[in-house]
Design a protein around this ligand. Structure first.
Ligand code: N01
Length: 541
């Protein structure tokens, strides 16, 4: 199976497998594919490892997953020698962890940094992929594994006048590494998703004035972060097996599992008690530990919404500001931000909330932001406006499969995939955390490890059977794509709520679901079943 060694005559490097990206998924793939004996290499745009954790250095960036669940499980020694400092680690600790992994397993020597990939073409004549970098370097590989990240391509809002602004302007997803001084400045922030919430609650006390430009309020639940002491760390180390098993069996790869009861079968008093108990717990307990039909039954969901709106009203002193913060979409149909004192920020004298649904932004001016009702003078504008999610980082690469078909063209009417891991017409291409894959609606590490294991097992199967080419069949792709859409349609995700779970980037565009809403546990079983039955949805040769 190995492709031949470096071919100096044509200056094309050859590897069995090439990974695009050296973030959380890419490092994992590098480790695992090397472990099964492949010659493997990775190309990374950034100057170092880490992916989103390399780029997202904005104030307050931290895990929304319990630290001890968002770490690799492939090495017992690694689990033993890393000491998580907080229940939900902050970005510097996460990045330090990923650097530690890269060093501990000697992964860096397989990575070319500052090497963006521009194209990848499948060559039918020899069944390899030819990958070209921005600098013109060519690499040939048997297997191409994309680990480009579902939230990697930052999106600035399409608002007129950015070029006129005389102050500083940053996107959370590309925060400057030199750091940014915000203390004493007039700061405006656009966007109140998970990134915006983390920034807002972190900087409010330091800046002179903070103006929050909010288009859609969303439900934030308390993170209840705190330091881990040595006793807790010891406990965690002893229980890693149990922790990972809980995550594996859960809907979204977290330690939280749905209550098997319907929210309709309990009394009002029991329901409120359950909500309160979940609200007091750290992390995503309120989302993924709630009643089993929270994301399916609009009445149950609305009970949860009412409870959370009540909490917002209690915490925000000014009733008019509180009203602006009240969401009206079903809970969980946008990714739920975890917060530490977010709502109390709006009780500060130096913080103002601007509701863009009432007074939209007209333009950016040289001195700040102009809405339909006022001019807001600013020194700094922070865009926490999200990403071209899930397919954005793949669309940046000209990926061409059989018959020179472009992946972007194929997905123009929405992604089509088999298990979110392969695409018909694109042999030997594996898309880690790609569209239709459980990994985007999941604790990322738990789910990408599953993706990587599945890919490694598939390649091992090929090796044992003497195959060099695998490709999803058109039927299996159609079945999975239909299933992904049907499952989303059975949940409240399929409301008209705008979120990155769906592909519509602008109001009015056709929507296609990008995530798998059937649950990480179901997804895993489906993938395992496919392997156990010798991959009936795939063609080998
Ligand atoms: O991006 P988002 P994010 N004018 O797309 C607003 C992960 N993450 O970076 O809701 C005005 O969620 C937009 O408004 P609306 C996590 O998976 C993880 O915050 O579209 N506003 C929204 O408020 C998360 O879901 C962690 O109306 C505009 C915001 O910008 C994902 O990353 C931490 C606008 C975008 O929210 C993305 O989160 C942080 C415009 N033109 C993030 N355009 C951890 O777990 C957009 N908005 C550590």
């Amino acid at each position: 199976m190995p492709v031949s060694a470096t071919n100096t005559a044509t200056a094309v490097e050859d590897f069995d497998a090439l990974i695009i990206g050296a973030g959380m998924a890419g490092l994992c793939a590098l480790y695992r594919l090397r472990q099964i004996g492949l010659s493997v290499h990775a190309l990374e745009t950034a100057p170092d490892v880490g992916g989103v954790w390399y780029w997202n250095r904005y104030p307050g960036a931290r895990f929304d997953s319990e630290s001890y669940t968002y770490c690799y499980s492939f090495s017992r020694d690694l689990l033993d020698d890393w000491n998580w400092q907080e229940r939900f680690a902050a970005q510097p600790e996460v990045l330090a962890y990923l650097n530690h992994v890269a060093d501990r397993f000697d992964l860096r020597r397989h990575i070319d940094f500052e090497t963006p990939v521009v194209s990848a073409r499948y060559r039918q004549q020899d069944g390899t992929w030819l990958v070209e970098t921005e600098a013109g370097k060519q690499i040939r590989c048997r297997f191409l594994v994309t680990a480009t990240g579902p939230l990697a391509v930052s999106r600035f809002p399409e608002i007129e006048g950015f070029e006129d602004f005389g102050g500083e302007c940053y996107h959370t997803g590309r925060w400057p590494h030199r750091g940014v001084v915000l203390a004493g400045k007039r700061v405006g922030i656009i966007g109140t998703g998970a990134s915006g919430v983390q920034v807002i609650q972190t900087i409010a006390a330091d800046v002179d004035r903070l103006t929050v430009f909010q288009r859609t309020p969303t439900y934030c639940i308390p993170q209840r972060n705190g330091p881990l002491d040595e006793g807790e760390r010891e406990d965690i180390r002893r229980n890693y097996g149990h922790i990972f098993a809980r995550c594996r069996d859960s809907f979204a790869g977290f330690i939280h599992s749905f209550d098997p009861r319907s929210g309709l079968e309990v009394s009002e008093q029991e329901r409120q008690a359950k909500f309160e108990e979940l609200w007091q717990q750290p992390g995503f307990a309120f989302w993924f530990g709630n009643f089993i039909d929270l994301m399916m039954d609009p009445t149950v969901n609305e009970y949860a919404c009412e409870f959370l709106r009540g909490k917002i009203m209690e915490r925000v002193r000014d009733p008019e500001t509180a009203r602006k913060l009240l969401p009206d979409h079903p809970f969980g149909t946008k990714r739920v931000p975890l917060e530490n004192g977010y709502y109390e920020v709006y009780n500060r004298d130096n913080v103002e909330l601007v509701d863009l649904r009432e007074t939209p932004i007209q333009r950016i001016t040289s001195g700040g932001i102009r809405t339909t009702s006022a001019d807001y003078p600013l020194d700094v504008i922070i865009c926490a406006t999200g990403f071209d999610a899930v397919t954005g980082s793949l669309a940046k690469i000209d990926i061409r499969g059989l018959g020179d078909q472009s992946l972007s063209d194929k997905w123009r009417q929405g992604p089509k995939t088999c298990l979110g891991l392969q695409v018909a017409g694109f042999p030997n291409l594996f898309t880690l955390a790609g569209p239709h894959n459980a990994a985007s609606l999941c604790n990322a590490v738990r789910c990408t490890e599953q993706n990587v294991d599945w890919v490694a097992d598939c390649i091992l199967y090929m090796r044992n059977q003497g195959y060099t080419r695998v490709v999803a069949t058109a039927e299996a792709e159609a079945d999975w794509t239909q299933h992904v859409n049907e499952v989303a349609g059975m949940t409240l995700l399929d409301t008209m709520t705008e979120s990155w779970f769906y592909s519509a980037k602008q109001p009015g565009q056709e929507r296609h679901v990008l995530v798998y809403a059937g649950g990480a546990n179901t997804f895993r079983k489906r993938c395992d079943e496919e392997a156990r039955r010798s991959y009936p949805g795939f063609e080998f040769s």
